[in-house]
Design a protein around this ligand. Structure first.
Ligand code: CUA
Length: 334
């Protein structure tokens, strides 16, 4: 990716340099060639050449379109993570970068990743806007409070790379730096194994929270609770009371925990209390990861609500087909 970004960058520089030189040369040449030679001299009227006018309109247009198409290709490539990624969460905070691996391991201002593997980062901020910037990867994106930003990279060379915050975020902004450590796969495995993941995987931490916060009393897997069944909900299309259909992505889950009444699943009452202020950004990530880990029912198994039919006056949200092997991810159109 870095090579592609650089190629476009150098193309832009080369085109700009070429025109700067050509235009400057003509300015100098004309100012000498057509200088005023005697006092009171009047310039002659110039009739513009149509061919020349067309040429200097069409050529820059073509060049501009080349830059646009080329840039758009790179942009789309950067904006769309591949299907198979190693997922890591990032939380920016005054003034540090916190990383949360799915196995439960946490890091501050250091991020360990394996070489040659697509890594997808989902980032947010606890306080103000920060910008996650790894110059060596040509990777930069703002992390914004209340939102999830997705970015991805595939490191091609092992080593240590600078990580910066590239958005002024307070007095110690300049100290909000870190290191991305890219390791050979075997070293990475050793590093992973050496992690004292006493707290268990992120999903299991989320499961514990799910019980501690009593989410489980309403969101029951058997469909008999007062809240929607969450098994298989992640990545599926959810019909709302408003008639809208939304894709259950991270942002939707987050909103449903913090502002439950914003989007009510069709057939349900707005009964759920808000958890705003009760769960931290990191606990939210754990809860989301837990919900993601709840797969849909295996084929052949009866649907949760079939034994006695759906409870009266309530419908169960539509569940999309969910692959049970791979985490299914749908990129919402932005
Ligand atoms: Cu965070 Cu600047």
């Amino acid at each position: 990716m870095a090579g592609k970004v650089d190629a476009l960058y150098f193309f832009l520089v080369a085109v700009s340099a070429f025109f700067v030189i050509v235009i400057a040369a003509f300015v100098i040449y004309f100012s000498i060639r057509y200088r005023r030679r005697e006092h009171g001299e009047v310039g002659t009227k110039v009739v513009p050449l149509l061919a020349l006018e067309i040429a200097w309109t069409i050529i820059p247009l073509g060049l501009g379109l080349v830059m646009f198409v080329w840039g758009a290709q790179i942009y789309f490539n950067q904006a769309r993570p591949p299907a198979e990624t190693l997922d890591i969460y990032v939380v920016g905070k005054q003034w540090m970068w916190k990383f949360q691996h799915l196995d439960g391991r946490r890091e501050i201002n250091e991020l360990h990743v394996p070489v040659g593997r697509a890594v997808r980062l989902t980032g947010t901020s606890e306080d103000v806007i920060h910008s996650f910037f790894v110059p060596a990867f040509r990777l930069k994106a703002d992390v914004i409070p209340g939102r999830y930003t997705t970015l991805w990279f595939n490191a091609t060379k092992a080593g240590r790379y600078h990580l910066f915050c590239a958005e002024y975020c307070g007095t110690k902004h300049s100290g909000m730096v870190g290191t991305v450590v890219v390791m050979e796969p075997n070293e990475y495995q050793a590093w992973l194994a050496g992690g004292g993941g006493g707290a268990g995987s992120l999903a299991s931490q989320g499961q514990k929270l799910f019980q501690d916060l009593a989410c489980i009393t309403c969101h029951r897997a058997d469909g008999q609770g007062r809240g929607p069944v969450l098994e298989g909900v992640f990545g599926s299309r959810v019909s709302l009371n408003s008639g809208q259909v939304v894709v259950a992505d991270e942002a939707y889950l987050r909103e449903s925990i913090l502002s439950p009444s914003a989007k009510i699943v069709a057939g349900f009452q707005p009964l759920m209390p808000t958890f705003q202020g009760l769960v931290s950004e990191e606990q939210l990530l754990a809860l989301i990861e837990y919900v993601k880990s709840l797969k849909g029912l295996a084929p052949g198994q009866p649907a949760a609500d079939t034994p006695g039919g759906p409870a009266p006056g309530r419908t169960t949200p539509a569940r999309g087909p969910q692959s049970t092997s791979e985490r299914q991810r749908q990129n919402p159109k932005k």
